[in-house]
Design a protein around this ligand. Sequence first.
Ligand code: SF4
Ligand code: SF4
Length: 385
Amino acid sequence: MKNEKTKTENKSAGAKKQAEMKAGAKTETKPFEVDRRSVYKCVQCGTCRSVCPVFEAVGWESANTRGRMLIIKSLLEGREPSEDVLPSLATCTTCGICAAKCPAGANPPEVVEEARSELVRLGITTEGQEKLLSAVTTTGNSFGESRDRLHWLPDAERSKLPEKSDYIYFVGCFDSYRYPEFAKKTFEVLQRFGVTLLPDENCCASPLLRTGFRPDAEKVMEHNLEQIQKVGAHTIITGCAGCYTTLKNNYPEKLRVISVPEFLGEHLGELKLKRLDLTVSYHDPCHLGRHNEVYDAPREVIKAICELKEMKNIRENSRCCGGGGGVRIGYPDISLELAGKRLEDVPEEVDYIVTSCPLCVRNLRDAGGDIEIIDIIELVAMALE
Ligand code: SF4
Ligand code: SF4
């Protein structure tokens, strides 16, 4: 199993802090601290052991939820924060199934994210985290792409984009740079309803928040909020589960955010979709399903088009694709193993696996398998032709 290298000679504020400390500079550094009540909620019952997908894949006690909570507790109780804790704390995908099953009401992914922020503050990060930080802060996207974010939109259409609208399509880094065909298809549908785009969208900040770079994330969120205010929109629509949960739950201003499947579900009558002779299965993205309980809308859209044959574990019991929480970039082997396990849940004789998150599409596709994985907008596009 390939573990990620840690990187202490990096450019983050936390790393600079660590370098100063090593150089003997006299700076007061606050000790590691997270919300203690959340940590002590965990009574170490081990219920989560049987559901944590990372533990299932790697088998280390420190990489199951309880192990992560114990490590965080030890950091609170005086353990010296060091790179030794990263293989445990940086391998959580933040899938949230442990929180859904915890009888004590603990929310381990929230605690892990807080702990990661503290480690970043203390200069303890992985190379993958630093790559993400550098990409987002220098280019405004999580891939470090220098191309224009709206490269997928022809110039003629760009010049006609409404400057003001009640609705914005927030494209996200993945669809902008890895799946521009999803962005194109989504915007083709949304344009019918007067939806516009941000003039200068940046990363939603999810990768920074999930990996602990809160102050940097705040700057990116501020930029996007200014853009949203310029357009004057009251609703943000997005096709990425990571963007969805971040815009909805992490932005400093309360935004009305709806996912593409929810928007499509609300407008099924106007879309005039034709029936297709297909049977598909649906993968619930963790950050759309478990974290935000968007389970029905994608299923309604699918059932309006074709047959839906459910996977083995669905809705709140859905298994993670392995892509979230910075695990895909930091621990690709673990990430792909989780995706492979998820593919084992797919029933026989389905034509496609449909999902509503480009990160899930990418991770499940990378895991191989015989059945094509598509985004829900591709299914809708087929039914519109
Ligand atoms: S996080 Fe919840 S389920 Fe897991 S060991 Fe702690 S109390 Fe038990
Ligand atoms: S959020 Fe998912 S990956 Fe993280 S500890 Fe909980 S079950 Fe494991």
